[in-house]
Design a protein around this ligand. Structure first.
Ligand SMILES: O=C(O)[C@@H](O)C(=O)COP(=O)(O)O
Ligand SMILES: [Zn+2]
Length: 220
């Protein structure tokens, strides 16, 4: 599947609706989320957002039914928005340059979010350079029920410093400068979670702190 590399703000609302549906279908078809789990949002030039509807399968979204939220947070069109609408909005509030947010229940990331002995400040080791470039540090957000305001408020506390967070016993939430950016980072997070689980019990050689610092410097 190909995605055009165009600035999101220059796209029409109908093009953004189509892109949400295409990305959702791609994620679903590749087994990165299941049933009606996960949600996607993109920012609109007027300060509002398009969000996936609640209880909708990302594999079968209808562009006309995508929820529209105005800049004040009112639902102004389409089906009822995702129950995580407030969580998406706090990500945008804390990260003014972000234009898209993706939340998935990708299996390996969820598995890591359920592990007992993980570092809550950074859930995954720096296994590859690409992970550092796309994701970086990944804090664990303490468990709160899905859709609850307390979950969004816990995310809000971390989102100014982190574009990617892992919700305990739930899954990842990732913001990006475009929908493809957020999606690619979420995919990289999932693949790294898979590598981490595959390598458990093996003597592993992650990147050194110096190598990580050098990558961060290059990407800042
Ligand atoms: O885990 C949940 O219930 C939500 O975070 C979710 O992934 C799907 O909720 P909706 O977007 O409201 O369908
Ligand atoms: Zn969820």
């Amino acid at each position: 599947m190909e995605f055009a590399r165009v600035s999101q703000t220059s796209q029409t609302e109908s093009a953004l609706r189509e892109r949400i549906c295409k990305c959702g279908a791609s994620l679903f078809q590749r087994g990165l989320t299941f049933g009606s789990t996960g949600n996607i949002s993109v920012g609109l030039p007027d300060g509002g957002w398009l969000m996936t509807p609640t209880n909708a399968s990302l594999g079968d979204l209808d562009p006309a039914k995508i929820s529209k939220i105005d800049a004040s947070g009112n639902h102004v069109g389409g089906d009822k928005p995702t129950k995580e609408a407030f969580l998406h909005r706090v990500m945008y509030k804390q990260r003014p340059t972000c234009e898209a947010v993706v939340h998935l229940h990708s299996t390996h990331s969820v598995a890591v979010s359920c592990l007992h002995h993980i570092d809550h400040h950074d859930c995954l080791p720096p296994l590859t350079a690409y992970y550092i470039m796309r994701v970086g540090k990944l804090p664990l957000v303490p468990y709160h029920p899905p859709g609850d305001e307390s979950l969004a408020l816990a995310v809000e506390k971390l989102a100014d410093k982190h574009h990617a967070v892992l919700l305990a016993n739930h899954g990842p939430v990732v913001a990006g400068k475009s929908l493809e950016d957020a999606m690619y980072a979420t995919e990289e997070l999932e693949e790294t979670a898979k590598l981490f689980l595959m390598l458990r019990g093996e003597a592993t050689r992650p990147l050194t702190p110096e190598q990580v610092a050098e990558l961060r410097k290059r990407n800042s």
